[in-house]
Design a protein around this ligand. Structure first.
Ligand code: ASP
Length: 331
């Protein structure tokens, strides 16, 4: 019997049309008309949830998607979400935290060209995402250009190439070719009841460091309601600590109870606060590490944890642990 899949449409280029030279959201329902062969892969139900450029995604959109999945989790074998590529990583990461103990596939996909375009990547992405949602893959993934990734490990790497995503610090979960190869040992193993958590707190900011950055610009942030600051340093998490030193800023922030987490501007590898004197001074001033999490995941995880705990110390303690396979090398 064909597997039952819920296709949740949220917009993005896949669903757009060109109008006076610009791409804008079109009618979501046109999508399925372009791929009639879908019915051979799965017994599909479509929900037209919203239809926006994903640059306009807000937290309430994440909540709407998560609640839709939670509401129907027993009715379907898997879920596919069509979403714009620009913020797909953020939504995938948020869903991975919100859908605790998820035991069904949630496969996000989109495309670089609209589905109505002759040379589109949308058909391949959509059809394969639906096929993968019929498989035993109990986590939130992104499928794009013949590869399946853990959602909270991805980065949008290209605004033009069909290979738009990569997963710099975790292997690809499955590849699609003449055969579909799923790397089972890399997949999450849910245990216990599924629950949905939908509280986020956006009192967080990211500051990228650069040679010449004036620390006084940052200290202004301490007079706001910010609860956590992610400082995106260099390499392993090093920051200016001699001239224009950011160490006094970190000390002031952590003394006020504000969380300072050190991230890296390098996509691959990760942060170590124990390798160089500069990053180690940040640690001694109370900063914590984003380890090998992407900057997008660090941000969404911070918002999620701030939404779960009022006590910033609990947020900081949980931030450095893996919640949904977003950190470290184990599934
Ligand atoms: N701006 C579009 C979006 O994110 C880009 C895309 O879908 O590829 O909605």
């Amino acid at each position: 019997m064909a597997k039952k899949i819920l296709l949740i449409l949220t917009g993005g280029t896949l669903a757009m049309v060109e109008d006076v030279g610009l791409l804008r959201p079109a009618d979501n329902r046109d999508i399925v008309r372009h791929v009639p062969e879908i019915s051979k892969i799965a017994d599909l139900t479509v929900i037209d949830l919203f239809n926006i450029d994903s640059a306009d995604i807000q937290i309430h959109h994440w909540v709407k998607v998560a609640e839709t999945i939670y509401q129907h989790v027993h009715d379907y074998d898997g879920f596919v979400i069509v979403h714009g590529t620009d913020t797909m990583t953020y939504t995938a990461t948020a869903l991975s935290f919100m859908l605790n103990n998820l035991h069904k596939p949630v496969i996000m996909t989109g495309s670089q060209k609209p589905i109505s375009d002759i040379l589109t990547d949308a058909r391949n992405n959509l059809l394969n995402a639906i096929f993968l949602a019929t498989q035993d893959i109990p986590e939130v993934c992104i499928y794009f250009d013949y590869k399946l990734y853990r959602g909270n490990r991805t980065k949008k790497m290209s605004s033009t190439q069909f290979a738009a995503f990569s997963s710099p610090n975790y292997p690809v979960l499955a590849t699609v070719g003449t055969q579909i190869q799923v790397q089972r040992k890399l997949l999450r193993k849910p245990s216990g009841m599924m629950r949905v958590y939908s509280n986020f707190d956006t009192r967080v900011n990211i500051q990228r460091t650069f040679p010449g950055l004036k620390p006084s610009y940052l200290t202004k942030m301490l007079d706001t309601d910010v609860r956590a600051i992610i400082l995106q340093g260099f390499g392993m998490g090093n920051l200016p600590s001699v001239e224009n030193s950011l160490i006094p800023f970190i000390e002031q922030a952590t003394q006020k109870g504000i969380i300072v987490a050190i991230a890296s501007q390098s996509s691959r590898g990760g942060v170590s606060l124990d390798q160089y004197e500069s990053a180690n001074k940040a640690k001694a001033s109370g900063a914590i590490s984003t380890h090998d999490m992407t900057i997008e995941t660090s941000l969404v995880k911070m918002m999620y944890l701030l939404g779960q705990f009022n006590d910033n110390r609990l947020v900081a303690d949980n931030f450095e642990l893996s919640i949904a396979g977003e950190l470290g090398s184990t599934a």
